[in-house]
Design a protein around this ligand. Structure first.
Ligand SMILES: [Zn+2]
Ligand SMILES: [Zn+2]
Length: 260
């Protein structure tokens, strides 16, 4: 081989290498199973096998809360202060595991995954909302979230609903505003009877006064407010939050939760 052929061969090898790395997709760690694989659904950062295990809600059967099955909670509720609520996924064992990793074991990288999944809740809501009202310029859309108590904030270090709201806001281009505060600490809801839960939630949420004063000066004549939370159980938390907001704002209030 001549010197010229030798240099040519090296150049060829480099060029082929560069082309190869362009053509073969990069392998990354899946946020869920931690396996290195080609991420098929890059916006979520999950591998194909994990992505197919997500129990997306495709069709809302209960018009109020968006549950994929018939729903006694909404029939039983005497007054709904939110118009509709939609969730992205069913809260099955896989999703429980995912939330536990984020919320209790503090794997905060997952906030982007959950925030991205909330876009699906928003789309489900928009599918029905177009029939509700025509959008007008003087209506300001904004996102808020279910607050946690100070005690919970100290224990966990973050509010998952707030982080998910921020992630959703980035993706939708909507402002995220802390409209509510949580005045008292409630014990874990799931250990209580329905009537106890409702009593507990009465007067738990209050308006964030500082924000209210700011919003009074806003040129919008009315608001569309989306309340973000991680899991929708009976809807009583959502309803109490919406009740507080309705007392202060001329607003259409919707719920957007990750799981149902
Ligand atoms: Zn995976
Ligand atoms: Zn329902």
């Amino acid at each position: 081989m001549s010197y010229r052929q030798f240099v040519g061969a090296i150049w060829m090898k480099k060029a082929l290498g560069a082309m190869h790395s362009l053509l073969s997709p990069r392998k990354e760690e899946c946020l869920l199973c931690k396996q290195n694989s080609v991420l098929q659904v890059n916006e979520l950062g999950l591998c194909h096998s994990c992505y197919t295990r997500i129990p997306w809600i495709r069709q809302a059967l209960c018009p109020t809360c968006g549950r994929g099955e018939t729903c006694s909670d909404c029939q039983r509720r005497q007054h709904s202060y939110f118009l509709r609520s939609r969730s992205a996924v069913r809260y099955d064992e896989t999703m429980k595991g995912l939330l536990a990793r984020y919320k209790y074991r503090g794997d905060e990288r997952l906030k982007g995954v959950l925030g991205q999944m909330l876009v699906h809740s928003y789309r489900l809501l928009q599918m029905d909302r177009d029939t509700l009202h025509a959008k007008s310029d003087s209506v300001q859309e904004l996102i808020t979230f279910v607050p946690v108590s100070e005690r919970r904030m100290l224990e966990r270090g973050f509010n998952q609903a707030e982080q998910m709201a921020v992630e959703l806001g980035k993706r939708l281009g909507l402002p995220v505003v802390r409209l509510l505060t949580r005045s008292k600490h409630t014990d874990k809801q799931s250990f209580k009877k329905r009537s106890e839960r409702l009593d507990d939630l009465e007067h738990v949420f209050e308006l964030n006064e500082a924000i209210h004063d700011e919003m009074v000066g806003c040129p919008a004549s009315s608001f569309v407010i989306y309340i973000v939370d991680d899991v929708y159980t009976t809807g009583s938390t959502m309803n109490q939050c919406a009740k507080v907001l309705r007392a202060y704002f001329s607003a259409e209030i919707f719920g957007l939760t990750w799981a149902r």
